[in-house]
Design a protein around this ligand. Sequence first.
Ligand code: ACM
Ligand code: ZN
Length: 750
Amino acid sequence: MRTSLLFLLLVSTQIINSITSEAQTKKSVNIIPKPARLISSEGTFLLENSTRFVFSEGVENKKVLVGYLSDQIYELAGLRISKKISNKLSSANVISFKPVQDKNWGNEEYELAIDNKGVLIKAKSARGFFYGIQSFLQLIPLQGAPEVPFVKILDEPRYQYRGMHLDVCRHFFSVGFIKKYIDLMAMYKMNTFHWHLTEDQGWRIEIKKYPKLTEVGAWRTEKDGSRYGGFYTQEQIKEVVAYAADRFITVIPEIELPGHSVAALAAYPELACNEGPFEVENEWGVFDDVYCAGKESTFEFLQNVMLEVIELFPSKYIHIGGDECPKASWKKCPLCQKRIKEEGLKDEHELQSYFIQRMEKFLLTKNRKIIGWDEILEGGLAPEATVMSWRGIKGGIEAAKQHHDVIMTPGTHCYFDHYQDVDYIEPTAIGGFSSLEKVYSFEPTPAELSEMEAKHILGAQGNVWTEYMHTSDRVEYMVAPRICALAEVVWSRKSQRNWNDFKSRMNHHYALLHKKSINVFVRAPHGGVNKNFFFNRMSLPLEIDSEHTIIRYTLDGSDPDNYSAVYKEAIELNSTTTVKAQSFHESGAKSKIRSIECIKIEPLQSETRTELNEDLKYKVLKGKFASIHDVIEDEVVNCGIVEGLKFPENIEAEFYAVEITGYLKIDENATYTFFNYSIDPALFSIGEHLVIESDGLNSRHQRRGRIYLKQGLYPIRMLLLKNTPYANQKLTWCSKFFDQTIIPSSHLSH
Ligand code: ACM
Ligand code: ZN
């Protein structure tokens, strides 16, 4: 941060105030992202209906700022402050705005001072004022009198690019929700909305020259025969862009090329290498059908699309995708091969680079720069491209070393479609694990970059792919509160980041997000497993997450509410019961309800067989089954012996179900826990007891089941589906302790 006279003044005041302020700061100032400089002192200013807005000469966008601020104050404190702007510098009970001319001030910089006269925000630009407003709003108490604490803040961001992405193609979201998403970003001073508008599963932006893109490309037939889709008209897009601009958020559209383009090919099959026909995809993945790089008509089409896109989006950047483009079609296509030869390209990677560079060249003539996912490094970077590093930070490092700008969005920390809590409790997500703490720990500027190279790291972004987010409620659940952690990563200085301090400030933000009707994620109670077969009695211990949450539970199958029992100690059960447990945060925000089945059984009778063979038996049932309940027994294509509970090797069919049967030998009486990590559906039973049932299409998670078994031999059955290319199943077990091991073949037979 720049050193100014103001800053020095602040520092000297701080010395005087620091002793008195510490205790109070902790109580009442909970700003996220943490400001660069903050001094609080004792005392509060009471907001009233009679408080007035005062603007000095020279403040831009007055109307927008006042409209926003006044609406927010009403929402948070129920006060109706007049939107009338005064420029009389009255002495008290005011929220005043004063422009700063100092050329050393940054565009996003602001000062916020609250004392007994009222609130004073200083900035050089409307954007700076807006961020001052955001910090001020976070100081308004959500309960009791609207007294804002005395503070002096001097603040500006660490990074210029502070982004959030949203995929509206895998699932479609209304304009109303897009605005809510933008409002959420604005609260945390994020300034760029990356709008992922085209995909294999849907084209979501109206292009007047090519109406079939939305007539055909915006709609898919789901596996159950229903139609799913939607798109934004150009009018709606303009509305969103303007709404975002009023919140100082730039919208960057992403038009994917050359891959992830099946929806466009369904509308205009002549743009592909082969004839098609194509259908808008109804499953997730990466597909071989992409734009033909050999046809001139492909470029003509994409340029025409871009001409309409740039009319709608004033952003200096256009995102052209560039990720996950298989080269299979290009390898077989005579036109693509001809292009490779004529252009003197080495291979299909260089053909992809040719594709991107051609689009860049076109967009540069329109004064726009491209951003692409890090695959655009392969085959050579387009000369002025900015790289979005998603497959880790490696691509970002490489690009920065080549003096290209970089936005960091590594899957390890910035993918908000990953699990944020243990996957045996959470609703299905795409895999991976990025807890709030992990997001908070992210450092966008890699240590190995020189000072000059590091300047190319423009910032970071949270990515929200919506394969497993069918509703806007679920999007909110995956984004909040992780957006708070990311906001602090990209705004606050590295030296200021402190997890415990952040966590304590977060408490106010659960309340704020809840107040804003954001479906904020709260950790569901941990402890035990969701399916239990117990003998005699069982004890179910749960874990309380923090001093700000309690667990409420029921034993009669009803959903917990404010009157349900509060969890204090392990729940003791001696009959079959469904326990429903939920975390209640003091803000009113709640976790999802965890349903724990506890089934009382008599121990299974051991089998008395002596003639046993090693390994297990399997049979393969051909077909693409969406659910374990759909498996039809009469299409056996293959059978044999398999060494463990896993997919047998060398099965010819692409999609199938495998039924594995045999016996499990148990050496000692104990409660055993089974863990199944599954992408496609699976079930596992011992005797008549269904210990694990993991159903649903294309899921990716762990499920756990627990059963009391006496020493002996028990029949087992596992049904595994393979209905995606990635199917993968792993069944592990353990006794008493959580040391998960694959069931040893010494314990399996048939
Ligand atoms: C990506 O996640 N395919 C950029
Ligand atoms: Zn081709």
